[in-house]
Design a protein around this ligand. Structure first.
Ligand code: TYM
Length: 336
């Protein structure tokens, strides 16, 4: 098994990232032999949108500290940033010859982010999913732990791999492994605290819409208290959450954080109002996130240690990437 996944170092880790992806990263690391997992900061993806260079470099180091605080162990997982592994950008260029405009035009993230102003977007935003395909195909990833919102990008990676194998390889010696997305059954899509129809996201201008892993206890309690809800008490079974996206989101967060199920949470809180449920949710979040926060605060100070983690991770990643990149050049008839 080869497990590969990435996260953009734009701003803080939030609860959606943690429950949708990072918790699974740690689980996969703990369940598989050392060296099976590669986790990276998608800093090259981050330049597809307007950004402030000084913030990107600071956020890159902070994200390393946050991932280690969440339980990623650089001694067992290969932890690095794309920039220090130029094979990602090289592989993207090779795959640009295989990816099709029509495929990229259908990507919902492209449509959402570009909105009505497609002409004004960077080329990088459009070809973003090709870099994402390169990220995983480069390492022959078998499993890619992600949240629901990345599923379509992973399907595209499979399409690109399949077409490349068909066009440039013989049937008995395909170059690329087709990666499988691993999406957690619970918490695959954590929604904004202010709008149950929008996903929790780093790009939401309101910080009240998300729970950052670095929020202190007071901030956490306040965000949960102010979270949008409806006037009804909680239902006692799952069907009662239909048409109540904000209530469903908070119950889902509680279940995911407590390691229980939505049914169990409703068995406990069904019939009670949010005045009772919200403080319980706030307390649970504070209890679970405080140890992560403490580790993060300690780690983020040591810039030299964070840089050393990225350097060592990149060296290992480059070794692992080299054979597949070389084979892709050869398959395309490029003389190297
Ligand atoms: P990014 O940085 O937006 O998010 C990182 C991970 O967090 C998950 N996630 C969520 N899960 C549940 N609920 C939410 N509200 C939520 N918000 C984010 C994402 O699904 C993701 O797993 N393009 C990717 C980064 C990337 C990548 C890759 C991922 C680049 N190359 C290769 C996997 C494989 C992104 O922007 O994720």
């Amino acid at each position: 098994m080869r497990i590969v996944s990435g996260i953009q170092p734009t701003g803080n880790l939030h609860l959606g990232n943690y429950l949708g992806a990072i918790r699974n990263w740690v689980r996969m690391q703990d369940e598989h032999p050392a060296g099976s997992c590669l986790y990276f900061l998608a800093d090259l993806h981050a330049i597809s949108m307007p950004h402030v260079p000084a913030e990107l470099s600071a956020n890159t180091r902070e994200m390393v500290a946050a991932l280690v605080a969440c339980g990623i162990d650089p001694a067992r997982s290969v932890l690095f940033n794309q920039t220090q592994v130029p094979e990602h950008a090289q592989m993207q260029w090779l795959l640009n010859g295989t990816a099709r405009m029509g495929w990229l035009n259908r990507m919902t993230q492209w449509k959402d982010k570009a909105g009505k102003n497609r002409e004004g977007q960077s080329v990088a935003l459009f070809t973003y999913p090709v870099l994402q395909a390169a990220d995983v195909l480069l390492y022959q990833a078998t499993h890619v732990p992600v949240g629901e919102d990345q599923k379509q990008h992973l399907e595209l990676a499979r399409d690109i791999a399949q077409k490349f194998n068909n066009d440039f390889c013989t049937e008995d010696a395909p170059l690329f492994t087709l990666p499988d997305p691993m999406i957690p059954p619970e918490a695959a899509r954590i929604m904004s605290l202010r709008d149950g129809s929008a996903k929790m996201s780093k790009s939401d201008p309101s910080d009240m819409s998300r729970i950052n892993l670095t929020d202190d206890a007071d901030t956490l309690m306040n965000k949960v208290k102010k979270a949008k809800t409806d006037p009804e008490p909680l239902p006692s079974d799952k069907d009662g959450l239909a048409g109540r996206p904000e209530a469903a989101n908070l119950v889902g967060i509680y279940a995911a954080m407590a390691g229980s199920s939505v049914e169990q949470v409703l068995a406990e809180f069904g019939g009670q109002g949010f005045g009772r449920f919200k403080p319980a949710l706030g307390d649970l979040l504070v209890a679970k996130l405080a140890p992560i926060n403490d580790r993060f605060v300690a780690l983020r100070q040591d810039r030299a240690a964070l840089d050393a983690i990225l350097r060592a991770g990149a060296n290992r990643a480059r070794e692992l990437a080299a054979p597949t990149l070389a084979a892709a050049y050869d398959a395309l008839g490029l003389v190297r």
